[in-house]
Design a protein around this ligand. Structure first.
Ligand code: ADP
Length: 161
């Protein structure tokens, strides 16, 4: 039977419980899932690539068919290299839709072999994103409900006086 590899690209600055909800669903649906950090020189992430990889690896170690990687350039080229047939994106609310719709149409023009699949998280994560978590941590707010313990520690280290 054909094995399906899915890639899940994002900034993951840092990984949140919302991302992990999506990864858990993808891990149950596909043979292999590659969570991959998009390196974009126009974006200035708070955490380095190595920190983000470390946080992802630590948060995802119980998922045996999930690996962590990074890429630069076009996602369709990366997908080809990894022989991935599916691109996962998370949809939280209608506000995500327009941008995601546009990206998926562009990607489908660039590659007919890659299909974008949207997954919705549990509703308790629909308001959650990495920038809210960063802001909360910078104000010394509790992030326990939003990120795994390892990520919480890294956030606390960043914002200790
Ligand atoms: P980007 O900068 O590309 O939005 P992110 O790392 O923030 O990168 O997100 C990667 C993917 O995860 C996107 O498809 C985004 O919609 C999705 N995502 C982010 N947060 C959540 C969440 N709380 N629930 C579901 N999907 C999410």
């Amino acid at each position: 039977m054909k094995k399906i590899t899915a890639i899940y690209p994002g900034t993951f600055d840092p990984v949140t419980n919302g991302h992990i909800d999506i990864i858990k669903r993808a891990s149950g649906l596909f043979d292999k899932v590659i969570v991959t950090i998009a390196i974009n020189s126009n974006k200035k992430p708070m955490f380095s690539k190595d920190d983000r990889i470390e946080m992802l690896k630590n948060s995802l170690k119980s998922f045996k068919n999930v690996s962590v990687d990074y890429f630069e350039g076009l996602i369709v080229n990366y997908a080809k290299k990894k022989k991935a047939q599916v691109l996962i994106r998370g949809l939280r609310a209608v506000s995500d839709f327009e941008y995601e719709f546009q990206m998926s149409l562009i990607n489908s023009k660039l590659s007919q072999e890659l299909t974008t699949i949207f997954l919705m998280p549990n509703e308790k994560y629909t308001y959650l994103n990495s920038s809210i978590v960063r802001e909360l941590a910078s104000l010394k707010g509790k992030t326990d409900d939003f990120v795994p313990a390892f990520v919480r520690k890294k956030l606390n280290q960043k914002f200790k006086d």
